[in-house]
Design a protein around this ligand. Structure first.
Ligand SMILES: [Zn+2]
Length: 396
């Protein structure tokens, strides 16, 4: 919601009248010098929408504010053109409404455009988040990163490396929405103050690493050639893509990282197709390159890659993980009920590469149990299990 600065106003005053943390207001207005507001200047207030209210006989601003649990000054601020002592019946005024509900509906077939729409809605209501681009997919789709917080601890979560594991995207998006709701409403989640994490951590989220693959599984082949024909051919002539994990060129993005890639190549002797093809060389695919460059640029303290399925958490790679990885994964296991597993015979994954090159904690979290793609009927249960891990990723 936008307000316009009056003489003598300050961001601190807005923080008081809207009961929103000052830092959230400052971060929602990065183009504004907080100490020198200009009269008439637009300021974004996060966590609110403006609604219309039709004045009834006997209404006063004070009464309306009382009923809506608002400061009278909040009403005056958004209605600078009205005379509060001369409200007329039928007159329309603006009333700020604090958003206490989710904007993201995660329990649906969640394709790329659903995510992009949700991200722009979240950005409008919570302008303290940032949405830089991590790169582009083969079909030219922008791969957005979401940044929340301004702390020193850089934590990264990602989802949908694998196309038919797309449920990880709405699970992550739901957490993102709940985090933002908790910040603007000053609500704890499972007893934990989220304002504290906002100040301590910078959370980086890439909710959908493989947008072309996700849309392939959910919506079928893309409309444009050559990929429309080639992807069906790579799928053995079938238009059923429920078993598809790879990107649109048939490369498994989680087999693309330079962490004993040659061993993975030897292990998976398959060509381009639905799964397990390592590519012609490490980091040949734009989606994998985007994730590698983002990871180098951001210098993450830890990364969590969300996959399905198995209810296990992989946390080691060639004994290169630091000692704290084990402590952290124990907590992930405790809060989710998932089983920590140190290693399996598998290489060239994103978390493998992160552990190898940074010697910092990296995890692959396998959400849920069953056959991919996991059914949406599991969504709520998976979310509850994942929530503990999302939170522990911030506090551990
Ligand atoms: Zn996977």
């Amino acid at each position: 919601m936008d307000v316009f600065v009056r003489r003598g106003d300050s961001l601190w005053q807005y923080s008081q009248i809207f009961n929103i943390g000052l830092q959230l207001i400052i971060d929602s207005n990065r183009d504004i010098e907080p100490g020198s507001l200009v009269i008439g200047q637009r300021v974004r207030i996060p966590g609110y929408v403006s609604t219309d209210y039709v004045i009834r006989r006997g209404d006063t601003l004070w009464g309306i504010a009382q009923r809506r649990n608002l400061a009278v000054d909040a009403l005056s601020l958004v209605n600078q053109n009205i005379n509060p002592n001369r409200l007329r019946e039928g007159q329309v005024i603006k009333v700020p409404q604090k958003i206490t509900w989710r904007l993201v509906q995660g329990r649906q077939e969640y394709d790329y455009s659903t995510m992009m729409n949700d991200l722009s809605r979240l950005e409008r209501v919570y302008p303290f988040i940032r949405l830089p681009s991590a790169g582009n997919s083969v079909l030219g789709r922008r791969i957005p990163e979401v940044l929340v917080g301004n702390g020193a601890k850089r934590v990264h979560y990602n989802g949908s490396f694998h196309a038919n594991e797309w449920i990880t995207t709405p699970v992550i998006m739901t957490f993102l929405n709940d985090y933002l709701l908790a910040l603007t409403n000053r609500n704890p989640i499972r007893g934990l103050s989220m304002q504290r994490y906002y100040g301590e951590a910078l959370l980086s989220v890439v909710p959908m690493v493989n947008p072309d693959g996700v849309n392939l599984v959910l919506n079928g082949p893309p409309p444009d050639e050559p990929y429309r024909s080639s992807v069906v051919e790579l799928n053995g002539g079938s238009t059923d893509f429920t078993g598809w994990k790879a990107n649109i060129r048939g490369v498994d993005l989680n087999d693309q990282f330079p962490a004993r890639w040659e061993l993975e190549k030897e292990r998976n002797q398959v060509g381009p197709g639905p799964r397990d093809y390592v590519g012609e060389r490490p980091l040949s695919e734009p989606e994998a390159i985007a994730m590698a460059e983002l990871t180098r640029r951001r210098d993450f303290a830890r990364v969590l890659a969300f996959h399905t399925q198995g209810e296990v958490i992989y946390w080691g790679f060639e004994n290169q993980e630091p000692p704290e990885s084990e402590r952290i994964v124990q907590e992930f296991g405790r809060v989710s009920g998932y089983q920590p597993v140190k290693t399996i015979e598998s290489y060239a994954g994103y978390k493998d590469w992160f552990i190898q090159d940074w010697r910092r904690p990296g995890f692959t979290v396998e959400l849920g149990f069953g056959i991919n793609p996991l059914p949406l009927s599991q969504f709520d249960e998976i979310y509850e299990e994942a929530l503990g891990i999302f939170l522990a990723g911030l506090y551990m």
